[in-house]
Every structure is written in C-alpha cells, then in structure tokens.
Design a protein around this ligand. Structure first.
Ligand SMILES: Nc1nc2c(ncn2[C@@H]2O[C@H](COP(=O)(O)OP(=O)(O)O)[C@@H](O)[C@H]2O)c(=O)[nH]1
Ligand SMILES: [Mg+2]
Length: 293
C-alpha cells in the first residue's frame, strides 16, 4: 500500500483544520475565525476503504510573522513538519487575494522539496471567476497539482484525497485502522473548551487565552472535568468571565454539551479563570504549559 505524511500549511484562517476534520470524518482539531486557533501539531488519519493507502495528515498552526516567543515556537513547529512531509498540501483562500504571506510560504514549501498539492479553499464563498483567477495566479509556483475545494460543501474533497494519496511512498500503514488521531482525548477536551471562548473574544484576547485541563474523573454516571482558563492580564479576566459571569456561563455550557456528545457521558464542567502573566512571551510559562521549544 501507499502510506505517508501529508503536512497542511497555509496562512492562519485558510481552512487547514476544517479540511483535516472533513477528511478524517470527525472533529479532531478545532477551527475558528481567530488567528492562532491551532497551536500544536495534530495528526489525523484517513484510511482508504479498499486499503490501498493511508494518509496521515498533519494539521499545523498558520505561518505568520511571529510577535511573541509562542509565535516563534509555533513557526518552528511548522517548518519541522514541512521537513518530515512526504507530500505538502499548501492551502490558499479563494476569498482573499494571494499576499506576501502566501508567497513566503510558497518559497518555504518549495525549499522543503516534497511534492506540493495546492488547494484553493472556501470555493463555496467565491465566484467561479475568482476561483479561476486564484488557480491561474498560483500556477506560477509550478506545483504538482491544483485542486479547488470546499470543506463545507465537500466539493473537491475526494479529488484532493486522490491527488494526495497518489503521491505517497509505498510502505506499511503507520497507524492501526481504528485509530484516527494520535491526540489523547484530554487534548481535544481542552481544545473544545478553548474553542468556545475564541469566537466570543476579540482583538488580542484569543492569543492570550489558554486552557489547561486539571482533572477528568468519573464519578458514578458523571464525568467531572476541571479546567483552568488562563489569560495574561488581570483586565482580561473580567472580559472572559463577562458581565455577571455571562460569557463564562455560555461558553461553559456550549463546551459541556459538545463534550457530552464526544465522551458519551453526562459531564460536569468546572472552569476557573486565572491569570498567568504574559505566558505567551515567557519561556518558563511556555515550557510549563507544554509548548515545545
Ligand atoms: N465557507 C467556508 N468556510 C470555511 C471553509 N473552510 C474553513 N472555513 C472557515 O474558515 C475559518 C477558519 O478555518 P480553520 O480551519 O480554523 O483555518 P486554519 O486557521 O487554517 O486552521 C473557520 O471559521 C471555518 O469555519 C470552507 O471550505 N468554506
Ligand atoms: Mg487551524
């Protein structure tokens, strides 16, 4: 069979995580309109029903100009997984003009040396002329293949999968057939909680937010989950809690509902908002929170 690593790269918000979830067939990584939604390398596995290939997708943080120590660490993670890739899937957004950010990534992707499949995402939101213009502009990069897709309607998803699978090396499966991600459940729990706050917060606050799972314990028929919602400054604490505790309440109950569906159990979710001063900029905090150097 053919099997290997496909690294997804692109600017923040082009739709990498949404595509991974679409290909895997369930949510294993979170998506939002906020930058830096994805902060780690998430692997998702797609198995060919006929067992002729297995694609191991690598979702990555969006490449951007780093402004904090966290930003630099995230970029390094992406460059590292570009080196490991058997195939690179480079995403550009049909609803945004190609910019200097895309060009920089194109250079990096080319330098990494593996075959590149370019996907133009969100075609459900763009006119066919715009999609065509985007495809035409991207041909200057001379990549292996070009596919317009929508992770929402499913357009182009099957062809993209075929293009990726066709370029994988021969080799045994890397994951057992019943495993669709290498992320522990605790990680997804933490991420789902963070996701519920992201879309409710504006400006710099999504960057300052981190969720740390402290405890997950079964008690009779109930799953008790305790997590800290970390912010960087005291002034942010009030915003995350909201007027009369409203934001904390709403985000919490939305997270609880999704966690109950995911874990198949009633959940008691206890969230505490805490300040971890400037954690994005401090190596010690980042180490403690588990961000690789
Ligand atoms: N209409 C539409 N929206 C999409 C599509 N793919 C992603 N999005 C949205 O674009 C935003 C960013 O997606 P995300 O997957 O988090 O992007 P990432 O930062 O590249 O991982 C989210 O609000 C998604 O719902 C698509 O194919 N069509
Ligand atoms: Mg993402």
């Amino acid at each position: 069979m053919r099997c290997g690593l496909v690294t997804l790269v692109g600017r923040p918000n082009v739709g990498k995580s949404t595509l991974v979830n679409r290909l895997v067939g369930r949510k294993i990584t979170i998506a939002s309109t906020r930058p830096q939604t994805t902060r780690s390398i998430v692997r998702g596995v797609v198995n060919d029903p006929a067992d002729e290939w297995q694609i191991v997708l690598i979702d990555t943080p969006g490449l951007h100009k780093p402004r904090t120590e966290l930003g630099s660490r995230l970029n390094r993670l992406v460059y590292g997984s570009l080196k490991d890739a058997d195939v690179t899937c480079f995403l550009i957004d049909a609803t945004q003009p190609i910019g200097s950010g895309d060009r920089l990534i194109a250079e990096r992707v080319r330098a990494a040396g593996s075959p590149v499949v370019l996907a133009v995402t969100k075609v459900d939101r763009a006119s066919s002329q715009d999609v065509l213009a985007q495809l035409t502009a991207a041909t200057e990069w001379d990549f292996a293949s070009y596919v317009p897709i929508s992770s929402v309607t499913g357009v182009g998803i099957e062809p993209l999968q075929q293009e990726l699978a066709a370029r994988l090396p021969e080799g045994p499966a890397l994951f057992p057939p019943d495993m669709d991600t290498d992320q522990p459940e605790e990680f997804l729990v933490q991420e789902i909680i963070r996701e519920k706050f992201l879309d409710r917060l504006r400006e710099e606050l999504p960057h300052s937010l981190h969720v740390r799972l402290n405890d997950m314990e079964e008690e009779n028929d109930l799953l008790r989950i305790e997590a800290d919602v970390l912010v960087e400054r005291n002034s942010q604490k009030g915003i995350v809690i909201g007027k009369g505790g409203l934001m904390l309440q709403e985000a919490g109950s939305e997270a609880r509902e999704e966690l109950e569906a995911l874990l198949g159990s009633k959940v008691h979710l206890q969230l505490q908002v805490k300040v971890e001063p400037d954690w994005q900029r401090r190596a010690g905090s980042l180490d403690r929170l588990g961000f690789t150097k």
